[in-house]
Design a protein around this ligand. Structure first.
Ligand SMILES: [Fe+2]
Length: 166
């Protein structure tokens, strides 16, 4: 487990040191996709009996995080972005229906913003999708799923804005 994680983390780090922007993130998404297509790596990084949110690694210098998520049953989230950060969703098991949104009115303090759906697509095992800063999205999972995510920073420490679909 530790060797596979360390290898992935050091490869992510090398890419993001060289290019921290959207192009670098697409390269990281490719790494995640490759790892999840290898059952041994997948099961090592995202054990099927893992918890809902497990912070596997945080880079001490660049701040990016690698997380494993396991949802034993249906799980949906309302439209959101990742604040000042970006995120990569990489599907390990099961299927996520992802919906993208465009902003209608921005959130203002406690008042939620409003957003409009633009497209819906599936993430199946091995798919990895980059959400750059401000990209609004909402995952729906109708059965058990697990995923690997890389975030630009630890979002558990960032206040999130709320959005409602119109
Ligand atoms: Fe998200």
């Amino acid at each position: 487990m530790q060797d596979i994680l360390e290898d992935l983390a050091s490869r992510c780090r090398a890419i993001l040191e060289n290019d921290p922007g959207p192009a670098g993130r697409e390269q990281v998404a490719g790494l995640l996709s490759d790892a999840l297509k290898d059952p041994q790596k997948r099961d090592s990084l995202v054990p099927a009996n893992g918890c809902e949110r497990d912070l596997l690694y945080q880079d001490p210098d660049l701040g990016f995080c690698i997380l494993a998520h396991n949802y034993p049953g249906p799980k949906a989230s309302s439209p959101h972005d990742h604040g000042p950060s970006w995120a990569i969703y990489a599907q390990a098991r099961g299927e996520t229906e992802m919906r993208d949104f465009e902003m209608v009115t921005p959130a203002d303090g406690d008042r939620p913003g409003t957003v409009r759906a633009t497209r819906t697509y599936r993430l199946i095992p091995g798919d990895a999708h980059v959400y750059n800063e401000g990209d609004l999205h909402a995952p729906t999972r109708t059965g058990p799923t697990s995923l690997l995510r890389v975030e630009g920073t630890d979002m558990s420490k960032v206040t999130r804005l709320r959005y409602e679909a119109v």
